[in-house]
Every structure is written in structure tokens, then in C-alpha cells.
Write a protein that binds this ligand. Structure first.
Ligand code: NDP
Ligand code: OXD
Length: 309
């Protein structure tokens, strides 16, 4: 049994230690130098493999993603038609909930305003509302969205979420489907995007959606750059429909030096760090999936390729 480890973003050593602690006889082959015979590879554990690369392994049985979002993987037409699992990890879930709470509080407590006012040499005194008086809307109530919703609820915010199917999360108002999107948006003073990037959700953060939000709403996008029409965001910030944005993800990462987002006084950019997985907490689930792949059992956190997530 050999596992291909392929990522230019994740150092292998912490993964090697954590995976071997769970499965001491695992043969880990690190791409590109330690692959050996491609025919030896049973399972691939990957983040953004070069297009075409995974088609080179004739005995591959499953693909495990190092990331929660698998949009880049399934855009590769040559990706073998094998079971594909996305990453679900307690550390990833909890660091995302932290990021969303931090970003929501920054807007809710007017720190975005205070940062601008300080730079302008102005002492501007504004008191926030109570969290109970602030409605936060979350697009996507899956693994990450549901955890963020619960963290915000614990903090006293009024939380609503939108998903494909109806959800029952205590205290969270659930909206679902295209037909309920406008109702969901009409009260969302702070809008968080935690959707997967699919054909249905690409470009969803656009002028029409912004127009359905309360005037002066804030946007937090921690999902994918492809969800956002940047030009529409810039217009909405210009005309006051949106008052501020926090962006963790971009169409091109990093954005080109010419992007107006870099210096925009109402935009906070973070470098795709909203959440991160920890080999120590994720290894158990990865090894469980390796064993499932080897014994032909269905993978956990299996991606439905037709749905796109
Ligand atoms: P999940 O698959 O667990 O959840 C996705 C949610 O989106 C579900 O609630 C799903 O609805 C909903 N959804 C999907 N399509 C639609 C649609 N067309 N209309 C309405 N709702 C829809 O994903 P995760 O929570 O694990 O991750 C979400 C995304 O977060 C990832 O795909 C990735 O892009 C991003 N991400 C970003 C990171 C960062 O550091 N910035 C790190 C990790 C992930 P339903 O439940 O009904 O199926
Ligand atoms: C992602 C990740 O999907 O970092 O963005 O896992």
C-alpha cells in the first residue's frame, strides 16, 4: 500500500509524523521526487495537483483532498473517475469559526470604521448595537457554516443561514433554495459566504445580491474568489450599498499588484488563512479513509461530483 502525498503548500513532515502515528506501516511517497513506480500508488492525498497528474497512476483507488474545497480538483477534466473525499477536520472547522467570529466582531464593533478614522486623525465615537440586535447571514450551512453559526449564536448574534436543503440548527433561522434567497438576504446586515464553488454558486456575490441586503451591509467572503464579482463589490462600496468587506479568498491568489482591492480603505484582505487543518487532528480521519479505500468501503466526506461539492 502506498500513499502519494502531493502539495506545494503543505510541508510533508508534520503529515508524515501524524499519519504514521495512526498507521505505522504506511508507505508515503512524496511528489515529485519520491514517487517511484506510479503503479505502486493506491491512494493520493493532494492539494492542487498539476492538471493531468493524477491520471498517471494506473492503480489509484481513491483521491483524498488536503483541502475542504475541491473545486480546483474537479475542474481538471483528466481527473480519474474515482471516489474523492474532501477534508473535514476539527481544527479546520474551529479555526474557520474563529475567523468568522473575529471578522463579524470587527464589523459589528466598528473597528473597520475606527481604523479608517485613526488614519484620518479623527476621534469618532460610535457605540455598537447589542449583538442580539445584529443579524448575521451565512451562505452555506455545511461543516464550516454550521460551526460558524453556532459560534456567532453563542456570542449573542441573531443568526440566519441559507443552504440547498433545510437545516435544523437550534437558534439558527434556516432558509433554503433559490426561492428563499431574497428573504434570507433582506435582514443580513453582515453577510458571510461559506459556500462551495460550483456552477450554481459561481459569481453569486454580485450586484443583484448586494442590492437585496440592507443598505450599508458588510461582506465576509471566506469561501472562494470565484464567488465574488469584484467589480460589483467595488461599485457597491462606492455607492454605499455595502460599507465594508473582509476577503480571504481571491480569483487569483495573490491578487495582481494592480488590483484596487489592495489599497481600498473599506476592504480588509487576508491571505487565504481563514482556516487551516492540523495534521494532528486530521490524521485519524485521513487514515480511516485510506483504510476504507483499500477495503472498498465508501469514503467518509465523499464528494458528489454531479453536485460539485
Ligand atoms: P460543505 O460541503 O460542508 O457545505 C456546503 C454548504 O453549502 C452546504 O450547507 C450546502 O447546502 C450549501 N450549498 C451548496 N450549494 C448550494 C447552493 N447552490 N445553494 C444553496 N446552498 C448551497 O462545505 P464546507 O462547509 O466544508 O466548506 C465550504 C467551503 O469553504 C469550501 O468549499 C471552500 O471553498 C471554503 N473553504 C475556505 C477555506 C479558507 O481558508 N478560506 C478553508 C476551507 C474551506 P446543503 O447542506 O443543503 O447541501
Ligand atoms: C480550502 C482549504 O478549501 O484551505 O480553502 O481547505
Amino acid at each position: 500500500m502506498a500513499l502519494l502525498f502531493l502539495s506545494e503548500a503543505d510541508p510533508v513532515e508534520p503529515w508524515r509524523a501524524a499519519l504514521l502515528a495512526e498507521m505505522p506501516d504506511l508507505d508515503i511517497r512524496v511528489w515529485p521526487d519520491q514517487v517511484g513506480d506510479p503503479g505502486d500508488i493506491d491512494v493520493a492525498f493532494v492539494w492542487k495537483p498539476p492538471p493531468g497528474e493524477l491520471a498517471r497512476y494506473p492503480n489509484l483507488r481513491a483521491i483524498l483532498s488536503l483541502g475542504a474545497g475541491i473545486d480546483a480538483l474537479i475542474q481538471d477534466d483528466t481527473l480519474p473517475d474515482l471516489p474523492l473525499a474532501r477534508m473535514v477536520d476539527p481544527s479546520m472547522t474551529s479555526t474557520m469559526a474563529d475567523y468568522i467570529l473575529l471578522s463579524v466582531l470587527r464589523h459589528h464593533r466598528h473597528f473597520d470604521l475606527f481604523e479608517r478614522e485613526q488614519r484620518a486623525g479623527r476621534w469618532t465615537f460610535v457605540l455598537p448595537k447589542r449583538p442580539e440586535e445584529r443579524t448575521v447571514g451565512i451562505l452555506g450551512l455545511g461543516e464550516l457554516g454550521a460551526a460558524a453559526a453556532t459560534r456567532l449564536l453563542d456570542h449573542g448574534f441573531n443568526v440566519r443561514g441559507w443552504s440547498r436543503s433545510k437545516k435544523t440548527i437550534k437558534g439558527v433561522q434556516s432558509f433554503h433554495g433559490q426561492g428563499q434567497l431574497d428573504n434570507f438576504l433582506e435582514a443580513a446586515e453582515i453577510l458571510v459566504c461559506l459556500l462551495p464553488l460550483t456552477a450554481d454558486t459561481e459569481g453569486i456575490l454580485n450586484a443583484a445580491l448586494f442590492a437585496a441586503l440592507p443598505k450599508g451591509a458588510c461582506l465576509i467572503n471566506a469561501a472562494r474568489g470565484g464567488h465574488l464579482k469584484e467589480i460589483d463589490l467595488l461599485d457597491a462600496l462606492e455607492n454605499g450599498q455595502l460599507s465594508a468587506a473582509t476577503l480571504d479568498v481571491f480569483e487569483t491568489e495573490p491578487p495582481p499588484a494592480t488590483s484596487p482591492l489592495w489599497l481600498h480603505e473599506r476592504v480588509l484582505m487576508t491571505p487565504h488563512v481563514a482556516s487551516y487543518c492540523s495534521p494532528q487532528t486530521a490524521a485519524k480521519g485521513v487514515v480511516e479513509n485510506i483504510k476504507r479505500a483499500l477495503s472498498g468501503k465508501p469514503l467518509r466526506n465523499l464528494v458528489d461530483r454531479n453536485r460539485g461539492y
